[in-house]
Ligand binder design. Structure first.
Ligand code: SF4
Length: 114
């Protein structure tokens, strides 16, 4: 039995996920918690937010994020890939910085114009 706190809303329900019963979730206050608990127990994913270097911008770093969540185990590789990125201003919000980052099928995009 895994215990997971649901982060889908501020209520923060304490979920119990039973691996022996096909990842049945209890303790959830709504259906979203059941989906979240099963996902966390089987294949946890995260949206990565960070910054990358930019030349000629208002600031030396430009904020970026993954367009969708990526497998949690891939997060260190994604962060490593960001170290090699250097943008050239101007960039617009939502611009693709890296396609299919680390083979996740997810793009990395800017979150502000600069
Ligand atoms: S299970 Fe539902 S009510 Fe409980 S924290 Fe998650 S989203 Fe909120």
């Amino acid at each position: 039995m895994k215990e997971i706190i649901c982060t889908c809303c501020p209520k923060g329900c304490r979920l119990q996920v039973d691996e022996m019963q096909d990842y049945r979730v209890t303790g959830n206050g709504c259906p979203n918690g059941a989906v979240y608990g099963r996902q966390e127990a089987t294949n946890p994913v995260r949206i990565v937010t960070s910054t990358v270097s930019i030349r000629g911008g208002l600031h030396p770093r430009c904020p970026v994020k993954t367009e969708q969540a990526v497998p949690k185990k891939q997060v260190p590789a994604v962060m490593k890939a960001l170290e090699k990125v250097e943008l050239q201003a101007p960039v617009s919000r939502g611009q693709v910085v890296l396609q299919d980052i680390c083979g996740t099928g997810v793009n990395l995009i800017t979150t502000r114009s600069m």
